[in-house]
Design a protein around this ligand. Structure first.
Ligand code: S3P
Length: 436
């Protein structure tokens, strides 16, 4: 358990750990390539370490050269070997779902499980379309883990129209298409993060994207030769969100975060915070390893309520718990729309975010798929204990709430923070936070 209590102004210059989405993909794609890939800035969080272990079990050589610097010698596309034991993906939905895609078109047998949180999450959203490749999946009721996969020998390419805005589903289908003959097509009415498309191209795959009516058609040519290609992982904007909201809400704060990923499909939170009146500026914009990055400066600000359209949700899907914390400090009622997908994250994040705020004296309501938060235009009462339900982002959001609240906020379980943000407590206390 950790308790965050009111602190003086936060200040300092920092970096946040590497991007989780990009780290998983770098390990997986390098494992499918021929040759040796070096990955600089890999997130060494529990989730990504599960992917590293899985790719090793599937025949790739994956080694840490020094902290943050990893080497992967690929098994080559089609060259994965049957794992001798169950693949345990821990807390990570991204690892589990993307791996289902890869394994669907490799003619091997594998069994996959995860922790209690992951075993509750829906997998049918990937296993149902992936079954059309010829792969066979057997899973628990509701398509949940543990599940067994018999990959297809001659996988068929899929032509899939997305029914849920999910980069994990899109990526799983594209990854299955890597080892299928012919062209895999994914139609995406609402664009989601495109790290898979960008990085597959970086490793030599032919990926074409056509934009139409606000959506995208992604076409991947099967059976490319993937060649090792070094990857530089930017700082995770979803992790940067926590010190950013803490600095915005604790009076007198000013911080600078260097090297944050700024892929436009990930930056909905920064736009939203600016709409709330946040003093948040981005400087030194550059491209590193094929992804836009920049340095973010943020100063404590008087925030006003915001109405966030549902269409923005995919570009900030992991940031709603900490945005809701910012809304608790803002003057007026905020409406965060279209959050149905939060119900199937590491926890039911919609209900758990509402409970986090309500337990700390904040006026909050769920209306359909929308979250309504009424802030007092200053520090919320606090004084509660946050139940995290094995969800790293709820734990960090609770601690951020406590950094500026009138009474201390406790968080029941902080171990899961290590899935995405190892060193979070030390980094925040380094800025001036009081965590005990
Ligand atoms: C991710 C996609 C999102 C996000 C998750 C990472 C990815 O999940 O919530 O943390 O790396 O593709 P969904 O695809 O379920 O929206």
């Amino acid at each position: 358990m950790l308790t965050a209590s009111f602190t003086g102004a936060l200040s300092g210059t920092l970096r946040v750990p590497g991007d989780k989405s990009i780290s998983h993909r770098a390990l997986m794609f390098a494992a499918l390539a021929i040759g040796e890939t070096r990955i600089d800035g890999l997130l060494e969080g529990e989730d990504v370490l599960r992917t590293a272990a899985a790719m090793r079990a599937l025949g790739a050589q994956v080694t840490q050269e020094r902290p943050g610097m990893w080497r992967v010698t690929g098994a080559g596309l089609g060259g994965l070997r049957e794992p001798e034991d169950v693949l345990d993906m821990g807390n990570s939905g991204t690892a589990a779902r993307l791996l289902c895609g890869i394994l669907a078109s490799h003619p091997i047998f594998a069994v996959m499980t995860g922790d209690a949180s992951l075993r509750r999450r829906p997998m049918a959203r990937v296993t149902t379309p992936l079954g059309e490749t010829g792969a066979r999946f057997s899973a628990r009721d509701g398509g949940r883990l543990p599940l067994a996969i018999e990959g297809a020998r001659d996988a068929l390419p899929l032509d899939h129209r997305m029914t849920v805005a999910s980069a994990q589903v899109k990526s799983a289908i594209l990854l299955a298409g890597l080892n299928a003959r012919g062209i895999t097509r994914v139609e995406e009415p609402v664009p989601t993060r495109d790290h898979s498309e960008n990085m597959l191209r970086h490793f030599g795959a032919d990926v074409q994207v056509t934009e139409a009516d606000g959506g995208k058609l992604i076409e991947l040519v099967g059976q490319p030769t993937l060649r090792a290609a070094d990857v530089v992982v930017p700082g995770d904007p979803s992790s940067a969100a926590f010190p950013i909201v803490a600095a915005l809400t604790v009076p007198g704060s000013r911080i600078r975060i260097e090297g944050v990923g700024l892929n436009p499909l990930r930056t909905g939170l920064f736009l939203t915070l600016r709409e709330m009146g946040a003093a948040l500026t981005v400087g030194n914009e550059r491209v590193e390893g094929g992804e836009p990055v920049g340095d973010i400066e943020v100063a404590a600000s008087s925030l006003r309520a915001v109405d966030v359209p549902a269409a923005r949700a995919p570009s900030m899907i992991d940031e709603y718990p900490v945005l809701a914390v910012a809304c608790a400090y803002a003057g007026g009622t905020s409406r965060l729309r279209g959050l149905g997908e939060l119900r199937v994250k590491e926890s039911d994040r919609l209900a758990a975010t509402a409970a986090l705020l309500a337990g700390n004296g904040v006026d909050v309501a769920i209306e359909g798929d929308d979250l309504m938060v009424t802030g007092a235009g200053g520090p919320p009462p606090g004084g509660g204990t946050v139940v995290t339900h094995m969800d790293h982002r709820l734990a960090m959001s609770g601690l951020v709430l406590g950094a500026g609240a009138r009474a201390a906020v406790s968080v029941d379980e902080v171990a899961f923070i290590d899935t995405s943000f190892p060193g979070f407590a030390a980094l925040m206390t380094g800025l001036g936070c009081r965590f005990a």
